[in-house]
Write a protein that binds this ligand. Structure first.
Ligand SMILES: [Zn+2]
Length: 395
């Protein structure tokens, strides 16, 4: 084992709301894990790295991304072949890492490209990519949100769901994604359209949980959010119209909320005159209500995660850092906004033993910033930040 010690930096480890000045930590370069940590005089190890008084914080966990979706094309597509999708997915994983995302959960990927890429990553064939969980294609009803030629897995009965989820698990998915409501990007498809039924979703949830996998449900409006909660999903994705009663049910059941604020924000911000009017209007109307609903849910104690829905219009793979600025508008302090990523996202994905915070025993996945992230959430938006995986510099 060789040991590398980083020193001379201010540390925000992702757990509380305080920085530690004049910090250092040591990494086992074979396992990538932190072996010791402290302040003041640092130990002499095989290698030492002076971080010149900069700021260190954990790499981000982004629990909702779509690496085969194109944020710059109005139909959301990169091309019509699996080869094209795979190449773009690889590039998008690299963009995520460069922006500071060291762990990304895929929630709906054309051709199950993420499942296949993960197998290649395990063989060491994907350079400069974050750790990730793969969902493969998302489950949707015929004609529902996500029923696209290569991106959806349509099911129209509990039996079809059972067979589908079992097959996806056999293929190696880490997480199951289901569509409980309509969405923004399909014409004639609305946030308050309920889609997969409670029974269909519940059947999938039982199968996923039998294999110790989580279920993430796309649910933007009602009654779909309620349906997804009644089916027992582990996270409500988007949840823009979450009611007080639903927030209470989330607390009772331990369900997480992935707000994906940036996805709702980019469309009215950049879409006027570019995207169809109906799509811009759907998002602008929803954003005001969303802040109101999220403020209430957050005050009640619902656990928010960090997810951006990267791949939706204008919502690129470099934009995760901007989500934290929007989370502060829900009433969070900068530290609370980062904890959506460091603590809550790691807990939702059941990877908190390895990822999320910078504590002894966990992976040394971190970013180095010029300015204090606790002083201003915009400081994490630095473009030329340094990013490390297991103590190895990637960008
Ligand atoms: Zn999504």
């Amino acid at each position: 084992m060789t040991e590398k010690t980083f020193y001379n930096f201010t540390l925000f480890d992702g757990t509380g709301d305080q920085n530690q000045a004049d910090a250092w930590f040591t990494v086992d370069t074979e396992t990538g894990a932190l072996t010791q940590r402290g302040t003041g005089q640092h130990p002499q190890t095989d290698e030492t790295v002076d971080l010149n008084g900069q700021y260190v914080m954990p790499g981000f966990l982004n629990v909702h991304t779509h690496v085969t979706s194109n944020p710059d094309a109005f139909d959301g597509r990169f091309g019509d072949s699996e080869a094209e999708s795979a190449v773009f997915a690889y590039q998008n994983l690299q963009k995520l890492l460069k922006s500071g995302v060291t762990f990304a959960r895929q929630l709906g990927t054309d051709y199950d490209v993420d499942v296949k890429l993960k197998r290649m990553q395990k063989k060491g064939l994907l350079a400069h990519t974050p750790h990730f969980q793969a969902s493969g294609r998302a489950f949707s009803m015929t004609g529902g949100h996500g029923d696209s030629p290569h991106g959806g897995w349509t099911v129209d009965s509990p039996d079809e769901m059972r067979k589908g989820v079992r097959t996806a698990l056999k293929n190696g998915v880490d997480v199951v994604k289901m569509m409980a409501t309509g969405g923004v990007m399909t014409p004639g498809d609305f946030m308050d359209d309920p889609q997969l039924s409670v029974t269909e979703m519940k059947t999938g949830v039982v199968e996923a949980h039998h294999k110790h996998r989580k279920v993430a449900s796309h649910a933007e409006g009602n009654p779909g959010i309620q349906n997804a909660l009644d089916a027992g999903v582990d996270s409500i994705e988007h949840g823009f119209y979450v009611t007080e009663a639903e927030a209470q049910q989330m607390l009772d059941q331990g369900t997480y909320l992935t707000p994906t604020l940036i996805a709702e924000w980019t469309i009215p911000a950049y879409g006027k005159g570019v995207l169809p009017d109906w799509e811009v209007k759907k998002c602008a109307d929803a954003l005001d209500d969303t802040y109101k609903n999220f403020k209430r849910a957050f005050k009640m104690g619902v656990k928010f995660t960090c997810g951006t829905d990267a791949g939706t219009p204008f919502n690129g793979f470099d934009m995760t850092p901007r989500e934290f600025e929007l989370l502060t508008k829900v009433g969070m302090t900068p530290a609370q906004a980062y904890q959506c990523s460091s603590l809550n996202s790691a807990a939702l994905c059941e990877v908190a033993d390895k990822y999320g915070t910078l504590e002894v025993g966990k992976q040394a996945d971190f970013q180095v910033l010029k300015a204090d992230p606790l002083a201003d959430v915009k400081n994490v938006q630095q473009k030329d930040k340094q990013v490390y995986l297991g103590g190895q510099r990637e960008f």
